[in-house]
Design a binder for this molecule. Structure first.
Ligand code: NAD
Length: 319
C-alpha cells in the first residue's frame, strides 16, 4: 500500500487555509496545519475556523510562527506545502505595521523556501499570492504578463514573496506555484473584508460604509474555487508558474450591494466616505492560463456565493 500523502498547510486557522485543510482531508491527505493566531483579527474567530478540523483523523495542528519555528521537522514530513499564511489587508499595511508585513509575508516565505530547498522531499509548494501585485491600472483584464506595480505596501510584500518563490524554483528547482487570488469571499471570510462588513451591517440594520462612489470593480472568487485551484496545482505540470485565480464575477461594489439587497430581501443603507489609500480602482482576472495549465474554471457565481456567505454569517451571529 502507498504511504499517505502529507500536506503542510500554513495559515491553517485562517479563512482560506481552514477550507483548504478540510478539502485535503477529504482527498485522503494527512494534514499538518500550522498557524500562529496572528492578532490581525481575534483568535476566537480562528479557533472557530478550526473547529471542524480538530479531532479529525489525519489532522494535526501546530501552533507556531513561521518566522521563528524550526521548520525542518515539519517540511521534512511534507509531500506538499500550501503556504497560505500571511499578514493580509491593504489598508493597515502603511506605517509602523509594515514590519509585520515584511516578517509574515516576506521573511516567513523565505524561511519556508530555504527549508524546502535543503530538507525533505517537497513535490509542490503552492504560494497564496494576490491580485494586489498588479496595482492601479486601466489595462484590463489583468494577465500574468501585465506589469506588476503594487499600489500598497501589502502588495509590495506579496510580490516580493512571489519573486522569492520564482527564484527558488529557477535556481534550486523548488517546485513552487504562485496563485494570484482575486478577492476571495464566502463562509469564514475575514471580518475586515468588504462582504463580511456589508453583510454584518445589513443584518444588524446599520448603514454600510462605501469608500468612493461604489463604481470600483473587483473580480470576486468564491473560497471553494480558490481551494480547487490549490488542489489542481498539486498534480499539474506547473512548477515555477504564476497563475491568476479569479471567480469570473467582475462587478462593481454598487452591483454587489444590489445583489445583496435581493438576497436579503431588503434595502441596505449606505454612507459614502473618500477612497482609502492603497485601494485600487479595478481588478479583473484573465484566467486563461490557469485554465490551460491547471484546468481551472470557477464554478460558483456571485449570487450563489453571496447567499452562502449570508447564511454562514447569520448562523454565526445567532450563535
Ligand atoms: P487569514 O488572515 O484569514 O489567514 C492567514 C493566516 O496566517 C492567519 O490565521 C494568521 O494567523 C496566519 N499567519 C500569519 N502570519 C503567520 C506566521 N508568521 N506564522 C504562522 N502563521 C501565520 O487570511 P486569508 O484571507 O485566509 O488569506 C490567506 C492568504 O491568501 C494570505 O497569504 C493572503 O495574503 C492571501 N490572499 C488572500 C486574499 C483574500 O481575498 N482573502 C486575496 C489575495 C491573497
Amino acid at each position: 500500500m502507498r504511504p499517505p500523502v502529507t500536506s503542510l498547510v500554513t495559515g491553517a486557522a485562517g479563512f482560506v487555509g481552514s477550507h483548504l485543510c478540510e478539502r485535503l482531508l477529504r482527498e485522503g491527505h494527512q494534514v499538518i496545519g500550522l498557524d500562529v493566531f496572528a492578532d490581525y483579527y481575534p483568535r476566537t474567530i480562528k479557533e472557530a475556523n478550526l473547529a471542524a478540523l480538530r479531532g479529525v483523523p489525519g489532522f494535526r495542528f501546530v501552533e507556531g510562527d513561521l518566522t521563528r519555528l524550526d521548520l525542518a521537522p515539519l517540511v521534512g514530513e511534507a509531500d506538499h506545502i500550501f503556504h497560505q499564511a500571511g499578514q493580509p489587508g491593504v489598508r493597515p499595511s502603511w506605517g509602523k505595521d509594515f514590519d509585520v508585513y515584511l516578517d509574515c509575508n516576506v521573511r516567513a516565505t523565505q524561511r519556508l523556501l530555504e527549508t524546502a530547498r535543503t530538507v525533505g522531499r517537497v513535490q509542490r509548494l503552492v504560494y497564496a499570492s494576490s491580485s494586489s501585485v498588479y496595482g492601479e491600472t486601466r489595462d484590463l483584464p489583468l494577465c500574468e504578463d501585465s506589469p506588476t506595480r503594487p499600489y500598497s505596501p501589502y502588495g509590495v510584500t506579496k510580490l516580493a514573496a512571489e519573486h522569492l518563490c520564482s527564484l527558488y524554483h529557477a535556481n534550486y528547482g523548488v517546485p513552487t506555484v504562485s496563485l494570484r487570488y482575486f478577492t476571495v469571499y464566502g463562509p469564514r471570510q475575514r471580518p475586515d473584508m468588504g462582504f463580511y462588513k456589508f453583510i454584518r451591517a445589513a443584518l444588524e440594520d446599520r448603514p454600510i460604509v462605501v469608500y468612493g462612489d461604489g463604481e470600483q470593480t473587483r473580480d470576486f472568487t468564491f473560497v471553494e474555487d480558490a481551494v480547487e485551484a490549490n488542489w489542481l496545482a498539486v498534480a499539474a505540470p506547473a512548477a515555477g508558474q504564476v497563475l491568476n485565480i479569479g471567480g469570473g464575477s467582475r462587478v462593481s461594489v454598487n452591483q454587489v450591494l444590489a445583489t445583496l439587497e435581493e438576497v436579503l430581501g431588503r434595502p441596505i443603507r449606505r454612507e459614502h466616505q473618500p477612497p482609502q489609500a492603497g485601494d485600487v480602482s479595478h481588478t479583473w482576472a484573465d484566467t486563461r492560463r490557469a485554465k490551460e495549465v491547471l484546468g481551472f474554471a470557477p464554478k460558483v457565481a456571485l449570487r450563489e456565493g453571496l447567499a452562502r456567505e449570508v447564511a454562514w454569517l447569520k448562523e454565526t451571529l445567532e450563535r
